[in-house]
Write a protein that binds this ligand. Structure first.
Ligand code: SF4
Length: 338
C-alpha cells in the first residue's frame, strides 16, 4: 500500500459506532461488516491526512491493517488529492409527500376506496399496502384493486388470506390486470413465488407470493430481529434512518373501521376517513410529531451499531423515547437474547 496517499472512503459507505463495535454498511451491495471501535477515529483522519502521517500519530493502532481492510472490501481507494472528493451532506428529501399508506380491511369494512385512492394520490403516496384479514375472493379483490389502477403509486401490494380454490394463475391474472399491483397470499400451504405475467423492465410489480406465515392486524408488527432490518439500497434511504423515524416518517394507516393512525399498532387515532380528509390529518403537526424522533434520541438504541438500519417501532414502547419492547438485542453485550 502506498503510504504517501490519502484513503478515500466512498460516499455510499456508512459507519455506525455502537457501544462495543462499529458497523460498516455499503448501500450499493447492502453488505454489513464490523470492526473494533478503536479504529473509528481513523475515519476522520483519512479525510485530512495522508496514511503515512496517520501511522506516525497512532503508534498503537494498526492503521495500515485497517486501511487494507477498507480497500480489500471495496469500501475505499487510495487517492492523490482527497479534496477532489468532498463529503456528502447528510440530508434526506423525497418528492412524495406521503411515502407509504396501509389500508386494513376485514369482512365488515365499508371503505370508500375511490375517495381514499384520490386522497392518497393528491398526497403523491408512493407505496400502498392493502391488508385483507379474510379469504376474499377474486371478485372482491378486483373491486378493490380497480380503484388503485392507472394511478401514480409506485407499488400497490394486496396482502390477503389464502382461499381454497383460488390458484396462483388467478392472482397473477388479477395483478397483470391492475398494475402496479402485486399480491401476497398468507396462511398458504407453502412458501412459493410466482413470476409476474407482465413483461416489464421495472422489477417488483405483478408478482404473486404465497407465504405460510399467519398475518394479523396488530400482533405481527414491531418485532425486531436480524431479518426485520430494512437494508437501505441508496444513500438517501440510509440518511432517512439517521435523520428520521423510518417506521413513521411520511406514513399513514387506515384501520378496518376507517380510523386514521400513524401505524396500525398505535392506539392513537386522529379521526375517521368518513369525517375528515386524509390530507387534513396527515399535514397536522400532531400527526407528524413522531417523524423526527431519531435513533440517536432513543434510550439503548442510541448505543446500538444497527440503529440506522433498524426500523424503530414506536408502537410497542413504555415511553416514546424507550427501546422497542419487541427487540431482544443487547448492544452492551453484543448479544441477541432469546
Ligand atoms: S437495540 Fe434498538 S437499534 Fe438496536 S436492534 Fe434493538 S431496536 Fe434496533
Amino acid at each position: 500500500m502506498d503510504r504517501n496517499k490519502y484513503l478515500y472512503v466512498y460516499s455510499n459507505i456508512f459507519f455506525t459506532k455502537g457501544y462495543t463495535r462499529t458497523m460498516v454498511y455499503d448501500c450499493c451491495t447492502q453488505r454489513t461488516l464490523f470492526f473494533e471501535n478503536a479504529f473509528y477515529a481513523l475515519l476522520d483522519e483519512f479525510r485530512k491526512h495522508k496514511i503515512d502521517s496517520i501511522i506516525n500519530k497512532y503508534a498503537n493502532v494498526d492503521v495500515l491493517g485497517f486501511a487494507e481492510f477498507l480497500v480489500s472490501n471495496n469500501f475505499a481507494s487510495l487517492v492523490n488529492d482527497i479534496s477532489l472528493f468532498p463529503t456528502l451532506k447528510k440530508v434526506w428529501f423525497s418528492p412524495n409527500e406521503m411515502e407509504n399508506a396501509i389500508i386494513d380491511i376485514d369482512s365488515t369494512s365499508n371503505h370508500n376506496y375511490k375517495k381514499i385512492s384520490e386522497e392518497l394520490q393528491a398526497l403523491h403516496c408512493a407505496h400502498l399496502e392493502i391488508r385483507i384479514f379474510y379469504d376474499a375472493d377474486i371478485q372482491k379483490l378486483s373491486n378493490i384493486a380497480r380503484h388503485f389502477y392507472k394511478a401514480d403509486f409506485k407499488s400497490v401490494d394486496i396482502i390477503v388470506k389464502y382461499k381454497e380454490g383460488i390458484n396462483p394463475p388467478d392472482y397473477l391474472q388479477l395483478a397483470a390486470q391492475y398494475p402496479p399491483l402485486s399480491i401476497f397470499v398468507y396462511e398458504a400451504p407453502s412458501d412459493t413465488y410466482h413470476k409476474s405475467l407482465i413483461d416489464t423492465t421495472y422489477h417488483g410489480i405483478g408478482f404473486v407470493c404465497y407465504l405460510k406465515q399467519k398475518i394479523e392486524a396488530t400482533t405481527d408488527c414491531g418485532i425486531i430481529n436480524r431479518s426485520s432490518f430494512c437494508l437501505p439500497s441508496s444513500i438517501s434511504n440510509f440518511t432517512e434512518g439517521i435523520l428520521k423515524n423510518k417506521c413513521l416518517n411520511r406514513k399513514l394507516s387506515i384501520t378496518v373501521d376507517g380510523q386514521i393512525k400513524n401505524c396500525p399498532c398505535m392506539s392513537k387515532a386522529y379521526g375517521n376517513i368518513r369525517d375528515h380528509s386524509i390530507a387534513e390529518i396527515f399535514r397536522s403537526n400532531e400527526f407528524q410529531k413522531y417523524w423526527d424522533i431519531t435513533k440517536d434520541e432513543i434510550r439503548v438504541c442510541k448505543d446500538c451499531e444497527y440503529r440506522y438500519i433498524c426500523n424503530d417501532c414506536r408502537a410497542f414502547v413504555t415511553d416514546i423515547y424507550d427501546k422497542p419492547l419487541k427487540c431482544k438485542y443487547n448492544p452492551y453485550k453484543q448479544k441477541w437474547e432469546e
